[in-house]
Design a protein around this ligand. Structure first.
Ligand code: HPA
Length: 296
């Protein structure tokens, strides 16, 4: 008999049904948002909201890390319906990649087609400053795990999904234009996910930079894989909390990461609100909103 895994359609649909019953304003086409470490200011921009603690949601793993709030907030961002997951779980907490990506699976089952992923990350590109934002153009999954390991759920997506365009170029362009309009610095670059929880040695930092990464963190790439598997279009914004440079390696603490994320989260909030508000314009401007990821 086929082994049951957390890639369990029934369990995820049960979670989605529960959320829909508790939060009445989840409609198809709602924007999904995953908020990473210290990015509290973003959730404060969500108006007319209803909150649901993760502890109440069946099937959603609990985050155990300081700075990860651990609740779902449904409301409006930039006037658009949004479901925000405030806090995520990580591989280093002992979760498998499939478990860590149940957040994305549940959002998609709720009807989310556009997903904004955020995180705190170290800047590997020496030209990038701590405290600025970076739009993810591509990723390297260096975590050693994939959310697709195990039996494939055909209702979600194919066994061997194409990843040639995980990060939606139209959303990237929209984020860049909104950042310009707001006068915010928005770098663009490749995000590498490592398993953590330890930070990197100088030799590792040098290696990751040579692999082509501009920013490094412990989440997000696996979520983007799960989202791509389900045909979602994805925007990723990293908050660069520290410079991670091999030849002038500074000590970095989780506290410092949270503090810097807190400072930059006001900019992140402005940007995401503007992007959310501009999405209807993007979708009415010709190409079908799902046109880049036709799998779903
Ligand atoms: N490395 C890995 N993860 C991180 C970092 C870093 O320098 N900063 C924030 N998250």
């Amino acid at each position: 008999m086929m082994k049951k895994t957390v890639n369990d359609l029934d369990a995820v649909r049960h979670s989605a049904r529960f959320i829909r019953e508790k939060v009445c304003n989840v409609q198809a086409g709602t924007l999904g948002l995953v908020l990473g470490s210290g990015l509290g200011a973003v959730r404060e921009r969500i108006t007319a909201h209803v909150d649901l603690p993760y502890a109440e949601i069946p099937g959603l793993p609990q985050s155990t890390v300081e700075g990860h709030g651990g609740f779902l907030r449904a409301g409006l961002l930039g006037g658009q319906p949004v479901v925000a997951l405030c806090g995520r779980v990580h591989l280093y907490e002992g979760y498998t990649a499939a478990e860590a990506c149940l957040n994305v699976r549940i959002l998609a089952e709720l009807g989310v087609r556009t997903l904004m992923l955020t995180n705190a990350a170290g800047a590997l590109n020496p030209l990038f400053s701590a405290g600025t934002l970076m739009c993810i153009t591509d990723h390297i999954n260096f975590s050693g795990q994939s959310p697709l390991t195990g039996p494939n759920c055909d209702a979600w997506g194919p066994r061997f999904p194409d990843l040639s365009q995980v990060w939606c170029p139209r959303l990237l362009a929209l984020a860049a234009s909104q950042a310009r309009r707001l006068g915010l610095v928005l770098e663009r670059g490749v995000y590498i996910q490592v398993a953590g929880p330890n930070l990197e040695t100088p030799a590792e930092t040098r290696a990751y930079r040579r692999l082509g990464a501009d920013a490094i963190g412990m989440s997000t790439a696996i979520e983007a894989i799960a989202a791509a598997h389900m045909g979602l279009r994805v925007l990723g914004i990293s908050c660069l909390t520290n410079k991670n440079l091999p030849d002038c390696m500074a000590r970095t603490s989780h506290q410092e990461v949270l503090e810097m994320a807190g400072k930059a989260s006001a900019d992140m909030a402005l940007l995401l609100e503007a992007v959310a508000g501009a999405l209807p314009g993007l979708d009415s401007a010709g190409v079908d909103s799902a046109g880049l990821n036709p799998a779903r």
